[in-house]
Design a protein. Structure first.
Length: 190
């Protein structure tokens, strides 16, 4: 069996942090906020609630309204969900391997009624290490029971793709659903 591991934000779902920053006109704070709030949440040091509380303080709002605004910005790429269903129909395993605070991906999947039979979800906030660390890919192999050379990572960040290739995975930089379909077909997966 092959395992195709999908990054969540930027591949299956819109990048909530980037969109939230744009909606709230905080572009000048983007790098600082990523360093102080996103990275610690991705590494499991802070929760998504902590992240929302900090952003609420910054914008003078209630943390629950920030939380709801984040979730409201989530847009699922239905073309990629269709590709996942084809992958499964062809006997492939699918997984999520993503940098995210613990619980956020599951909350978004529930909100959008996405019921994919994932082999596993390796979420950085749960395992305490974020891509591009090779440790997260080791966790993917352990959780799926499939060696890394039988795994393909689909990610929108080239640094993560290069890191995956360094540990023996095949990896593809996601740009569009059409490109992804061509790449999966070229690998004989759909």
């Amino acid at each position: 069996m092959r395992v195709i591991a999908f990054d969540f934000f930027g591949v299956l779902c819109s990048d909530l942090f980037e969109e939230w920053i744009d909606v709230n006109h905080l572009d000048s704070s983007r790098s600082t906020l990523r360093l102080e709030l996103v990275n610690p949440a991705d590494e499991g040091v802070k929760s998504f609630e902590d992240q929302c509380r900090s952003l609420a303080e910054l914008t003078g709002r209630n943390w629950k309204s920030v939380h709801e605004e984040f979730l409201g910005l989530s847009k699922i790429d239905s073309s990629n969900i269709d590709l996942i269903e084809h992958l499964i129909a062809n006997g492939n395993g699918v997984a999520i391997c993503s940098n995210s605070p613990s619980g956020l991906i599951d909350e978004i999947l529930r909100r959008h009624s996405i019921n994919i039979p994932w082999l596993c979800k390796v979420v950085s906030g749960d395992v305490g290490v974020a891509k591009p660390s090779p440790l997260i890919f080791d966790q993917l192999a352990e959780n799926t029971g499939v060696s890394l050379d039988r795994c393909l990572l689909i990610d929108d960040r080239e640094t993560n793709v290069l890191a995956a290739r360094k540990v023996g995975m095949q990896a593809f930089v996601f740009r569009t659903s059409a490109d992804l379909a061509k790449e999966l077909a070229a690998h004989g997966l759909i």
